[in-house]
Design a protein around this ligand. Structure first.
Ligand code: DLL
Length: 442
C-alpha cells in the first residue's frame, strides 16, 4: 500500500524539524540534566566515578557521553529492585517490567512527568504516520507489565483519538469491535495480525466490512515481506514501531509515511551504534548494536544502555522534513534472546526450569517454528534414568508439570516432547540448544 503523501502531519513541528545543530544542543542540555539526576542512584555514582566524571558540567560535548561505561541488562537485575531509582519512591506513579524474565525482572519506573513526556512522544509517533483525532485506535497489544498496551495508549488519548483498549486475544471480539466502531488504526504484533486474518472468515467478516487504514507493528522482529503481506491482506499501510521496556516501550522509533526507516526521537534519546565485539562506536550507515541513552525520564535515568538489537543509522534526510535520524529495520540480536509471540525469552530461563526436575535427563533442545502466523515453542527433553518413554500417564503428568512451570516463569506454555536418554543430537563444539526455524517468511 502506498499512503497518499499529500499532507505531512506533525505533532510538534518545531521540535521534529529542529536543525541538527539545535537538536544536538538540546540533547546536550538534557544530557546534563539527566546526569544530575543519575548521580542520585548508587549505580551511576559508581559508573560516573569509573569514568572520572564528577558532575553534569563534565559533559562539555555530546562526545563526552562516550567516556561512560555501558549499562547492561544484568546491571538492572543486579540493582533490583530500587537501585536505579533517582527520585523518592513516593514520586513514582508507574512500574513496568520486561516480559519473560524469571527471578529478577528488569523493571522501569516513571513519575507523573515521565508519563506525560512519554505520552507526548508516543502522540508524536502516531501523528507522524498521518493519523489524527479523527481516527479510531484499537490497541491489540497486551496491557499490563508489558509496555506494548499502555505505552501507546496515553499518546493516542492525548492526541484525541478514540481508543479501544481491547488488549490481545479474543479474535471474534477484535473483529466485532473493528466492524461496529469502524476502527481505522490497529496496534499489534505482526504475528498476531497475520494470525487473526486466518480467522476472519470464521468471524463472518469480509475485508469490505472494515474501515481499517493503518497498523502499527512491532515488539518482535519481522521482515519487509511480512509488512507487505499484512498490507496486502488488509489493504492498509503498516508502520514499523520499535521500542523496549527499558526505554519506556513503543514510541522510541517510528516510521513516518515514507516508511524508509524509523525516526528515533532524538530530543528524548541519544542513539549510538557500536561494534558488539570491539565496542567501538560506528559511523552512520554501519551496522552494529544499538546503544541508547534516555533524556526524558527522571525516575530512572539510563545511560548507554546496550539493547543488543542490531541495526544501522540511515544516512541522509527523510523527505518528511524531520531531522531526527532513522534506524533501519532490526536485523537481529547480538545475544541469544528469543522473541516468541512478542514475549522475550532467554534459553537459559527454560533450562533453569527443566534441568531442576529429576525426571528430566541430560539433554534438551528448544525448537521455535512457525505455526500459521504464530510462533510455536517446543521443548524436547530426554527423560531421566529409570523413566520409561512408553508410560504415557507418567509422561503426560510430567509434560503438564513442565508446561505449568514454564507458564509461571516465562508466561509461555510450550509443547513438550520426550526422548530416550542419549537420543537427542549432541554437537561436537558448542551445544546446540536452540533451533529457530522461523527464518522463512510465512
Ligand atoms: O517490545 C516494546 C514494544 C511494544 C515495541 C510494542 C513496539 C511495539 P520489550 O518487551 O522490552 O518491549 O522487548 C524489546 O523487542 O529489544 C527488540 O529485540 C524487540 N523489538 C521491539 N520492537 C521491534 C521491532 C517491547 N519493531 C525487544 N522490530 C527489543 C524488531 C523489535 N524487534
Amino acid at each position: 500500500m502506498t499512503e497518499q503523501r499529500t499532507t505531512i502531519r506533525y505533532w510538534n513541528r518545531e521540535v521534529e524539524t529542529l536543525p541538527r545543530g539545535e537538536l544536538e544542543a538540546l540533547q546536550l542540555k538534557r544530557l546534563k540534566e539527566q546526569a544530575a539526576w543519575a548521580l542520585k542512584t548508587p549505580f551511576y555514582q559508581e559508573q560516573f566515578k569509573k569514568a572520572g566524571i564528577t558532575g553534569p558540567e563534565d559533559f562539555k560535548t555530546l562526545g563526552d557521553l562516550r567516556r561512560l561505561p555501558f549499562t547492561e541488562k544484568t546491571d538492572l537485575r543486579d540493582y533490583y529492585p530500587y537501585g536505579f531509582l533517582a527520585v523518592p519512591r513516593e514520586e513514582v506513579v508507574r512500574l513496568h517490567a520486561s516480559s519473560g524474565t524469571t527471578g529478577k525482572p528488569t523493571v522501569i519506573f516513571l513519575t507523573a512527568d515521565d508519563l506525560a513526556a512519554s505520552a507526548d512522544i508516543t502522540a508524536r509517533s502516531i501523528v507522524c504516520t498521518g493519523a489524527g483525532r479523527e481516527d479510531v485506535f484499537q490497541n491489540m497489544m497486551t496491557y499490563g507489565l508489558f509496555t506494548g498496551g499502555l505505552g501507546l495508549h496515553y499518546g493516542a488519548e492525548k492526541l484525541g483519538m478514540m481508543v479501544i483498549p481491547i488488549s490481545s486475544g479474543n479474535t471474534l471480539k477484535q473483529f466485532k469491535m473493528m466492524k461496529d466502531f469502524e476502527t481505522t488504526v490497529v496496534h499489534a504484533t505482526p504475528s498476531y495480525l497475520l494470525h487473526i486474518h486466518t480467522r476472519m472468515e470464521d468471524c463472518e467478516v469480509r475485508p469490505g466490512d472494515l474501515k481499517l487504514k493503518k497498523a502499527y507493528i512491532g515488539a518482535e522482529p519481522h521482515s519487509e515481506d511480512i509488512r507487505r503481506k499484512i498490507e496486502e491482506l488488509y489493504g492498509i499501510d503498516a508502520y514499523n514501531s520499535y521500542g523496549l521496556s527499558e526505554m519506556n516501550g513503543p514510541g522510541l522509533a517510528f516510521e513516518c509515511i515514507y516508511k524508509t526507516g524509523m525516526h528515533v526521537w532524538e530530543d528524548a534519546y541519544i542513539a549510538e551504534i557500536i561494534n558488539p565485539d570491539t565496542l567501538e562506536v560506528l559511523p552512520d550507515g554501519e551496522e552494529g548494536e544499538l546503544v541508547l541513552t534516555i533524556l526524558s525520564r527522571r525516575a530512572m535515568p539510563l545511560f548507554r544502555y546496550r539493547t543488543r538489537d542490531l541495526t544501522r543509522i540511515i544516512p541522509g534526510l527523510c523527505p518528511c522534513g524531520r531531522t531526527h535520524r532513522r534506524i533501519a529495520r532490526i536485523k537481529g540480536r547480538s545475544d541469544d534472546m528469543l522473541i516468541i509471540n512478542g514475549v522475550n525469552v532467554f534459553p537459559s530461563q527454560i533450562e533453569e526450569v527443566i534441568m531442576r526436575l529429576p525426571e528430566v535427563g541430560n539433554n534438551y533442545l528448544i525448537v521455535v517454528e512457525k505455526d500459521g502466523a504464530l510462533d510455536k515453542l517446543t521443548v524436547k527433553t530426554e527423560v531421566g534414568p529409570g523413566m520409561a518413554t512408553d508410560d504415557t500417564r507418567v509422561l503426560y503428568r510430567l509434560a503438564q508439570k513442565i508446561k505449568d512451570l514454564l507458564k509461571a516463569s516465562i508466561t509461555l506454555s510450550p509443547h513438550v516432547e520426550f526422548h530416550e536418554p542419549g537420543s537427542l543430537p549432541v554437537s561436537q563444539g558448542k551445544a546446540e540448544r536452540v533451533q529457530d526455524r522461523r527464518k522463512e517468511p510465512v
